[in-house]
Design a protein around this ligand. Structure first.
Ligand code: AMP
Ligand code: MG
Length: 766
């Protein structure tokens, strides 16, 4: 009282009060009271996520840092009045209403339905401490369940109930809670919660549950941030202030400004209609929505829509018949020679009934015959089904049968390995005489861009691989884009490295041929031997190279070690899994200043849909480059589970649309309908492919890859559904249960590991 009246310094008195209070508090917390509170918190926080994984602009440092800044906005008095009215209608305080909206926002940002935040309270419900000025802050842990796509009104009810409970059990010091609950202690983030919510009340009001108050705290102007984020809200004469204090090692200013905009939008949306379901909250203003849905996807470009891929080759062959199309250990094949040989094969296949959409199994060792085979099948109007002879025989037989291949194109030495089933077998070597008697002129086949070019199999989670049925048009679009955007000169000398089981090989082969370039065949031995591969690049003056990330990594290591940096190399294109610019890659490219590294992204169901070019000094390249922006006539959408667009920076599932999308899975209408869904953004009849990849838009209009939404993995470039392996293992009579995971026991060495519960009679030999 003396202090309030200005007669005495507050400090000695406060010290006395503090000591009193601390003693009182210790007493209170003893015994049953404490037990009861603890039991509440243990139950309330059981199974809560330890970390709210917000999409940060930079990776989280191993040890938490506290550098901070803040950004604020002002919300109108009118909006505030509507929010207060909404709360009143539900018997909720403004604190609860704002907390609800904030947690909904965090849930969307973090892709989580279980959102925990902290909130400071002053404990001033106790008469004994009423005169204190907010020194004895305690922190409440507020956990909200957002599951089941509830309406906002329902969330508000949940928050009210949760807050009342938390408040009733507030008399446990936060530090004690941490000691008791022993959350997994990471040094990189604060325990139990990482985001704080504060409603600052200027005036004292009747303390009641949920009217949590705080004085003496404000958004730090001190350049620090105790948590990842703290939202400070407060009423003033104009309305409601909202200020976000953020950790500057995690977030950029622009991200925080956008987040505040999204918060404002959520508050407006729920004030307008409290019954809106969470999935329907737009978060974005119309302009931002237009940007992510339309502007960044404005990729329309002309290309030969009515042509087939092999016709592009034919046009090139007519232009430069004498140029070398293929170089291999045994010599060269000119465009003219290749054209003629492929024509003879096409005629032979036509004679066996191959035509539009007919599948032809293609099982050949690497070599010029394989290239002739691909081209010949397309020229006959058919679709090739790559059957890599290195794959297990059973797998090959399955693909041959599942694709209902009419013909199997192979070689004498492989016939034994492959039960042809109903397919007619053509051996390119042994039957060469017969094929050679066919005419060398081009055939007229009624095949169009909607007919299939190939069927490529990928792992299926239920145990059966599925064939992606890919027509010509998406491929021709890709080739046209590639030609217009390549960094290496048109008609570059390109290594034929990729296995034809991967869609990349199509791009590699046909983007070279359609531009008059030369394809250099790498033998199987050289492919598997990075030092020899490096030397080959130099000796053959390779200008362009496609290879999966793991192979690139090995090649870079070998090249750096051998001091090989081919001056000819202008473009290295990598795809298939997340690109990491590792040290060897950085060092290798530093020695090839004229060479760009291109990160291309796309699943087999669409082929390449986005690209990011890394040029200039690799010192400036990010460790994890984005997957870039959509390629021509392709659209990328980052959507939530209900297929609503996610704002910039907010993760969602990546869906792909436009001309890139394949026809579907061969003879699998159910699976096709599940993954190829109607396109809600484009014209009628358009479809989107659901990739199962997690991604988000970056502020500059590029997409960042964030991993998978499911179990699918990549091991050395192979796309694998662990479920497929589990299903096969479980079929074994002695296996009761099976689980397959990826383990990386040695860094960089990712392996599939299976765990099984053996049946009773199974003998286990250690
Ligand atoms: P696939 O059908 O074998 O081409 O595998 C496609 C999957 O590989 C995609 O859905 C991604 O998960 C992954 N992937 C392909 N390219 C990239 C890339 N550049 N960055 C990250 N992931 C990639
Ligand atoms: Mg791919």
């Amino acid at each position: 009282a003396a202090y309030r009246e200005g007669r005495e310094s507050p400090l000695p008195e406060l010290a006395v009060q503090y000591a009193d209070y601390a003693m009182w508090q210790r007493e209170q917390l003893r015994g049953q009271v404490l037990d009861r509170h603890l039991a509440y918190w243990k139950e309330h926080l059981a199974g809560a996520p330890e970390l709210l994984e917000l999409p940060t602009d930079r990776p989280r440092p191993a040890v938490q840092t506290y550098r901070g800044a803040h950004e604020g906005i002002m919300l109108s008095g009118e909006l505030l009045a509507r929010l207060e009215a909404l709360g009143r209608g539900e018997g909720a305080t403004l604190f609860m209403t704002l907390l609800s909206a904030f947690q909904v926002l965090l849930g969307r940002y973090g892709g989580s339905e279980d959102v925990v935040v902290g909130s400071p309270i002053s404990g001033r419900t106790r008469r004994e401490v009423e005169d204190l000025i907010g020194l004895f802050l305690n922190t409440l842990v507020l956990r909200t369940d957002l599951s089941g796509n509830p309406s906002f009104r329902e969330v508000l009810r949940r928050v009210r109930e949760m807050t009342v409970g938390a408040f009733e059990h507030q008399e446990i010091p936060f530090e004690r809670l941490v000691t008791e609950l022993q959350p997994g202690r990471s040094l990189s983030y604060s325990p139990l919660f990482q985001v704080m919510f504060v409603l600052q009340e200027a005036e004292r009001s009747e303390s009641s549950a949920g009217n949590l108050e705080l004085r003496g705290m404000g958004a730090g102007s001190s350049g620090t941030s105790k948590f990842d984020l703290t939202l400070f809200t407060g009423r003033n004469t104009e309305g409601l202030t909202a200020s976000l204090e953020y950790n500057t090692n995690l977030f950029d200013r622009g991200t925080i400004q956008r987040m505040l905009g999204h918060l404002k939008r959520v508050l407006e949306e729920v004030a307008a209609d409290a019954d809106v379901r969470l999935s329907k909250l737009a978060l974005m203003e119309d302009a931002e929505r237009r940007q992510v849905v339309a502007e960044w996807n404005a990729t329309d470009a002309a290309y030969p829509r009515e042509r087939c891929a092999h016709e592009l080759f034919e046009a090139q062959a007519a232009r430069t018949p004498g140029a070398v199309a293929l170089r291999h250990a045994g010599g060269n094949l000119t465009y003219g020679e290749l054209e003629e040989r492929a024509n003879r094969l096409a005629r032979h296949l036509r004679g066996l009934g191959v035509g539009p959409d007919a599948r032809v199994g293609l099982c050949l060792e690497r070599g010029p015959e394989l290239m002739v085979g691909v081209l010949g099948i397309l020229k006959a109007g058919g679709a090739y089904v790559p059957l890599d002879p290195a794959y297990p025989g059973e797998r090959l037989a399955y693909m041959l049968e599942d694709s209902a291949a009419r013909v199997l194109l192979t070689q004498a030495s492989l016939v034994e390995r492959l039960p042809a089933g109903g397919a007619t077998v053509v051996r390119l070597d042994a039957d060469a005489g017969e094929i050679g008697r066919e005419g060398g002129e081009r055939l007229g086949v009624p095949v169009g861009p909607d007919n299939l070019a190939y069927v490529i199999y990928t792992s299926g989670s239920t145990g059966r691989p599925k064939g992606v049925a890919m027509p010509h048009r998406p491929l021709v679009n890709l080739l046209a884009w590639q030609e217009g955007s390549g960094r290496a000169p048109a008609g570059a000398v390109t290594l034929q490295y990729t296995s034809i089981s991967f869609d990349v090989s199509f791009q590699e082969i046909f983007s070279t041929w359609c531009a008059g370039g030369t394809l250099v065949l790498a033998s199987e031995e050289i492919r598997a031997d990075p030092p020899r591969l490096a030397r080959l690049l130099e000796a053959e003056r390779i200008e362009r190279l496609f290879l999966p990330f793991v192979a690139l990594q090995h090649l870079a290591e070998a090249s750096v070690e051998l001091g090989i940096a081919p001056a000819s190399l202008g473009e290295v294109i990598t795809a298939g899994e997340q690109l990491r610019v590792t040290e060897p890659i950085r060092r290798w490219f530093a020695r090839m200043p004229g060479c760009a590294l291109v990160n291309q992204y796309g699943p087999s169901e669409t082929h390449v849909v986005s690209a990011r070019v890394l040029e200039g000094g690799p010192a400036g390249w990010p460790l994890l480059p984005s997957i870039g922006a959509p390629v021509a006539n392709t659209r990328l959408y980052v959507l939530n589970q209900r297929l609503e667009p996610a704002p910039i920076g907010v993760p969602g599932e990546l869906l792909l649309g436009g001309d890139a999308v394949a026809r579907g899975y061969l003879e699998r209408p159910g699976l096709t309908a599940e993954r190829f869904v109607p396109d809600p953004f484009g014209g009628a009849g358009g479809r989107l492919y659901r990739t199962g990849d997690r991604a988000r838009w970056l502020p500059g209009g590029e997409v960042e890859y964030l991993g998978r939404t499911d179990e699918q993995v990549k091991i050395r470039g192979f796309r694998i559904e662990p479920g497929e392996v589990e299903a096969v293992l479980s079929d074994h009579p002695e296996v009761r249960e099976a689980l397959v995971v990826v383990r990386e026991d040695a860094p960089g060495d990712r392996r599939l590991v299976a765990y099984v519960v053996a049946g009773e009679s199974a003998a286990v030999t250690p």
